[in-house]
Every structure is written in structure tokens, then in C-alpha cells.
Design a protein around this ligand. Structure first.
Ligand SMILES: Cc1cc2nc3c(=O)[nH]c(=O)nc-3n(C[C@H](O)[C@H](O)[C@H](O)COP(=O)(O)OP(=O)(O)OC[C@H]3O[C@@H](n4cnc5c(N)ncnc54)[C@H](O)[C@@H]3O)c2cc1C
Length: 371
């Protein structure tokens, strides 16, 4: 199913496609530009065009525009490979989280620089022994007067090496039950005691990092929402993280290039193409449902699972079209190596299927000890 947008949305889309193609032309890799495509200069360009905080209320400095406008802009930018990563986490989820759970001072302090494209954010949730299970987080934040002292280690913090801030989840009440003692803090990544070490993945990216916090002093004013009330906030934040167009079009450019040279006289290639094209249209419908606020609670687990499994299938299609050349270093090989990450970041497909089973289908949990 394809939607035809009205003339204003269509013109905005055309404008974003032109901007995206121009920005991507200067880059060797177009895939995954929302997570590996960092560029401070491009953040400033987005801000100049009014494409950061597009849907946020005018009172906080946002554009007050519709979520469909934001959708057409970022679908165009990410599918062409424009380097939006520097501003992406802030625009996608930090701003909306601060508007929902932050206080007036935090909104006044942090939203303007996000909208101006001058600050970059990262998300510090995962730890070596706490990935899927957020309740196992051990990084601590202890009270010292009005401040917090943060000590611990986070891993896979995407973009930390280029970021100014980390939105950190830490244990603030070690005596509370595991889910109940967590809080969210805004941490200055340039503060004394923070050390950031990029981790190279097998494609050569160095976007995610290990971040060690050694007695880092964080002002009390940087606590977001309720102390020890992070669990509910994280669940809401994950909805912003999982249901967006970034999960659908990370390797759309590669797909379009592979489709253009695919041997469509081969019936199995035609079938593969048909599966991917129909999957793309279903995925886009799922994302649009999230965008217009009509997805039921928890549904972003379905959207992310469907869309990212499609992205994995696209990586294998591109390799199949390239044949033996897929083994040469290049975008096809890179995307094939990177693609398992689609099913891990932002919640693994296994965890998301648990959410679907329990929250959407209402299936019972398997009793402990039975298989
Ligand atoms: C490219 C990339 C970018 C990332 N960026 C960030 C970031 O910016 N910030 C951040 O905080 N984290 C980030 N992560 C980390 C990511 O969120 C975690 O890797 C993910 O949540 C899984 O955690 P884990 O790696 O510890 O695996 P584990 O939780 O140890 O899981 C290992 C395996 O066991 C399965 N499993 C675990 N529990 C269950 C269960 N209850 N039922 C069924 N199966 C289960 C999992 O599905 C998985 O297959 C990123 C990861 C990647 C790959």
C-alpha cells in the first residue's frame, strides 16, 4: 500500500530528499546514517532548516509541526544516507523524554541547544552484565549533599565519543527491589572522572563505546523525573526508540541500488524482491501507525521486530545480487556484517517477542523450572 501525500508534504519530502542526497554524496557509506553518520555541521544544517524539534511545542522553541512532517523529512534523510546521527538520539528520544518527565528548568536548559543542533547526546543504559535485563544495572549514583556521585561502567553507549551528554540510568537505592531503585541522570561527558573508549566493530565502525564513570559529580538538578522511578520512564523512552522510521530504512539506499542491477529474469530473485517490497510497505504502515499515535501500547515491539528483520533480509538480498563480489570490502560486505546488530540494539528480537507474547497476546509466562 502506498500513500499519496498532499502537495505540502510532498514538497517537504522532495526538499529533504535533495538535502539527503547531497549530504550522502560526500560519504563512502550510506547505510545506518542515523547511528554511524556523525556530523556536527549537518546538525547545524538541520537546525537551520527547522528540522530539529520539529514537532515540539512552539513554547519550548520547537517547530510545532505535525508528526507526519517529521516522518517525511527523516524517512527521506535516513533512506538517502544523510549523516543525522549527531542529533538523532536527542531529537528522537531525549527531547520527548524531557518534555514528559523533565522539569521546567531542564527543558529551558537542554531543549534550546538540541533544537539549535549544538549538543549531541548518548544513552547509557547497557552494562556488561545488564543488557536485556535493565533491572540488573549496577552503576551507582550516591547522594552527596545536593549532588550525585556516579561510579560504574556502561557499554555499547552509541556516539559517546562525539557526545556532550549521556542520559544515564543508575542505581540510586541499592536496598530497593531491582526494578525500583533506578534513576535517570543527565551526565556531562566532559566532567572529571568520565573516560570514553570507542569499541571497533567488525565493520570498522567505532561508534559505540565503553564509558567508565569514576566518582563523577553530577548536579542534583540533573535528575530527570522521580528518584528511583526510572523503570516506568525507561519503558516510555523505549517506545520512542523502537517505533520510528530509522528501524525501517537503515539500508534502503543499498536495497535500491541492488534492485536496480538485480537479474530479474531469475524467478527466485523476483520472489525475493516481491517479499522485500511488500515487507517494506507493511513496515511503513506499522511505522506510520506509531507516528500518528494510533499504535496500541507495546506495539513498537512488533514494529521494531518486523522492520529490523526486513533490514536483515535486505542485507542478504544485496549480497545475493552482488554474488562473489559481496566478499570484497565494500558497502555490501559491510552491511552484511553489520546487519545482526539490527536485531540486538534497542531490545533484542527475543525480548521483543516476549513483550508481544505477554503484553499484546496476554499469553502466560512459562512457570519456572518447566521447559
Ligand atoms: C549497534 C548497537 C548499538 C547499541 N547502542 C546502545 C546505546 O546507545 N546505549 C545502550 O545503553 N545500549 C546500546 N546497545 C546495547 C543493546 O541495547 C544491548 O546489546 C541489548 O539490549 C542486549 O543486551 P546484551 O547485549 O547484554 O545481551 P543479553 O541481554 O545478555 O542477551 C543475550 C542473548 O540472550 C537473549 N535473552 C536474554 N534474556 C532473554 C529472555 N528473558 N528471554 C529470551 N531471550 C533472552 C537475548 O535476546 C540475546 O539473544 C547497542 C547495541 C548494539 C548492537
Amino acid at each position: 500500500m502506498d500513500y499519496r501525500f498532499g502537495p505540502e508534504l510532498q514538497s517537504l519530502r522532495d526538499q529533504a530528499l535533495a538535502v539527503g542526497r547531497r549530504a550522502a554524496a560526500e560519504r563512502p557509506v550510506r547505510e545506518d546514517s542515523w547511528i554511524v553518520g556523525t556530523s556536527r555541521a549537518f546538525s547545524l544544517e538541520l537546525a537551520r532548516r527547522g528540522w530539529l524539534g520539529m514537532t515540539w511545542p512552539v513554547e519550548v522553541g520547537g517547530g510545532g509541526r505535525s508528526s507526519l512532517e517529521r516522518f517525511v523529512v527523516f524517512e527521506a534523510l535516513i533512506s538517502t544516507g544523510a549523516p543525522v546521527a549527531t542529533s538523532w538520539f536527542a531529537d528522537r528520544q531525549i527531547g520527548p523524554t524531557l518534555m514528559q518527565f523533565g522539569n521546567a528548568e531542564q527543558r529551558a536548559r537542554f531543549l534550546p541547544e538540541i533544537i539549535a543542533g549544538t549538543s549531541a547526546w548518548s544513552i547509557g543504559m547497557s552494562e556488561p552484565d545488564a543488557g536485556s535485563d535493565v533491572a540488573s544495572i549496577r552503576t551507582r549514583a550516591d547522594r552527596d549533599g545536593d549532588d550525585w556521585i556516579v561510579t560504574g561502567a556502561k557499554i555499547w553507549t552509541s556516539g559517546a565519543v562525539d557526545a556532550d551528554w549521556c542520559y544515564l540510568i543508575a542505581r540510586t537505592d541499592p536496598d530497593a527491589p531491582p526494578h525500583a531503585g533506578l534513576s535517570e541522570l543527565i551526565v556531562d561527558l566532559h566532567a572529571p572522572g568520565v573516560s570514553v573508549s570507542p569499541i571497533a566493530d567488525m565493520t570498522g565502525n567505532r561508534h559505540f563505546c565503553e564509558v567508565v564513570y569514576d566518582h563523577v559529580r553530577v548536579p542534583g538538578a540533573n535528575l530527570v523525573g522521580e528518584a528511583n522511578g526510572s523503570f516506568r520512564q525507561v519503558m516510555r523512552q523505549m517506545e520512542h526508540e523502537r517505533g520510528g522510521v530509522d528501524r525501517l530504512v537503515s539500508n534502503r539506499a543499498l536495497f535500491e541500488e541492488a534492485r536496480a542491477v538485480a537479474d530479474t529474469s531469475d524467478p527466485t530473485i523476483r520472489q525475493h524482491l516481491a517479499r522485500l517490497e511488500s515487507g517494506y510497505r507493511i513496515g511503513r504502515n506499522l511505522v506510520l501507525r506509531e507516528v500518528v499515535g494510533q499504535a496500541p501500547p507495546g506495539w513498537s515491539a512488533v514494529t521494531k521486530t518486523f522492520c529490523t528483520e526486513l533490514e536483515v533480509d535486505i542485507a542478504s538480498f544485496a549480497a545475493r545480487v552482488a554474488g562473489a563480489d559481496a566478499m570484497l570490502a565494500g558497502r555490501v560486505a559491510r552491511n552484511l556484517c553489520y546487519s545482526p546488530a539490527y536485531l540486538i540494539m534497542g531490545g533484542t528480537v527475543e525480548i521483543l517477542r516476549n513483550i508481544m507474547a505477554e503484553r499484546i497476546l496476554g499469553l502466560p509466562r512459562e512457570p519456572r523450572g518447566q521447559t
